[in-house]
Design a protein around this ligand. Sequence first.
Ligand code: ATP
Ligand code: MG
Length: 337
Amino acid sequence: MADTMITVNHLQKNFHKTVKQKGLSGSVKALFRPKFETFEAVKDLTFDVPKGEILGFIGPNGAGKSTTIKMLTGILTPTSGFCQINGKIPQKDRKNYVKDIGVVFGQRTQLWWDLPLQETYGVLKEIYKVPDTSFDKRMAFLNEVLDLQDFIKDPVRTLSLGQRMRADIAASLLHSPKVLFLDEPTIGLDVAVKDNIRQAIQQINAEEQTTIILTTHDLNDIELLSDRIFMIDKGTAIFDGNVKTLKDTYGKEHTLNIELAESVKLDFVKFDKAVSVTQNDTTVSVKFDSSQITAPELISHALAHAPVKDVSVVGADIENIIRRFFRKEDLSNAETF
Ligand SMILES: Nc1ncnc2c1ncn2[C@@H]1O[C@H](COP(=O)(O)OP(=O)(O)OP(=O)(O)O)[C@@H](O)[C@H]1O
Ligand SMILES: [Mg+2]
């Protein structure tokens, strides 16, 4: 078994929120004598990440992903519990620890706004004490992977979002960290740049066995990159496993699309509750549970009863599965984590 790189143990973060009291007098009171209530942003999270794994850390807005990453990177102190990365506790061993990690917050650049990118990398070289020879090699490598040369002389404030994100990722990797935290590294990017960034992440991980925690709302990122998904909702873990398990367990809903040569009413009454059918003129869509009924059964029924022109079967995509997950639908057989 691979070495454990990240250990998260009963990690908890509470924030104090001011409680709004009713009416104008309430607002005045709140101003002078605010009432606080405790809000648990991250609740009792426990998980390990082995060396070299890409963990997809997902959940809806406000689930507690960034708060967790901030604790793992040492920006925030946990209320209780602890995390340990490469044998170090981020909050205790901050100076040494920052050498082990790279961090990208997609929502906010870590770069200096007015400095040309190249100079930014020069400053980071000094901060991380990267020797000249390794720096040149590293820059050449990052340039190749992230395609920086067209804008490396430009000040950061003039970069497009896609260029800025590539620049940020390069900055986080300059000192060859063992662990990389990517908080929404593809947010707001077009498909081509997303692709470029995904390939870069994959290449870094493959060549350097970098352990990566990746948060994203783009589930294609997860499908293409993650070995494992850790899902949280309202601060609590709700799924920990690989993409295949998620699909096998919750992705049984398929859709059979049928195109008819002429408009004939096609009924699936004999299949009863196993299917749900919508027909629009010559287009028929049959939703079915693949554990109860098979596509060939449905197709032969259709062929026997109507002039079928074309058929296609679509499996549940990860987006649908996760949407259902968060709506708590169809989870009668869900395991609790
Ligand atoms: N410094 C803070 N003080 C008070 N509440 C906070 C603070 N930081 C985060 N929160 C709250 O904690 C909860 C979790 O926020 P967090 O940013 O971790 O969510 P997230 O999963 O990253 O969401 P998103 O997908 O929108 O980025 C939210 O309800 C947020 O309002
Ligand atoms: Mg966030």
